[in-house]
Design a protein. Structure first.
Length: 64
């Protein structure tokens, strides 16, 4: 998600993802019940999404 962003608009967290990256995000977020190693690419996407949401949440403390 190199070109995406996570922002706050009122009471909403808004995640913007370039269309060229939508499929990769869907793959990264697909549940997997297996114990096989996950790809580093999808791991990076999940981590960046988690970090972005955590930052947004921290900024929103005490707001709306």
């Amino acid at each position: 998600m190199s070109g995406g962003s996570i922002t706050r608009e009122g009471d909403y967290a808004v995640i913007r993802v370039p269309m060229r990256e939508v499929h990769g995000l869907r793959v990264a977020l697909t549940p997997c019940s297996c114990r096989a190693a996950k790809s580093n690419a999808t791991k990076t996407i999940r981590e960046r999404l988690d970090i972005g949401l955590a930052r947004l949440e921290a900024k929103g403390v005490g707001r709306g």
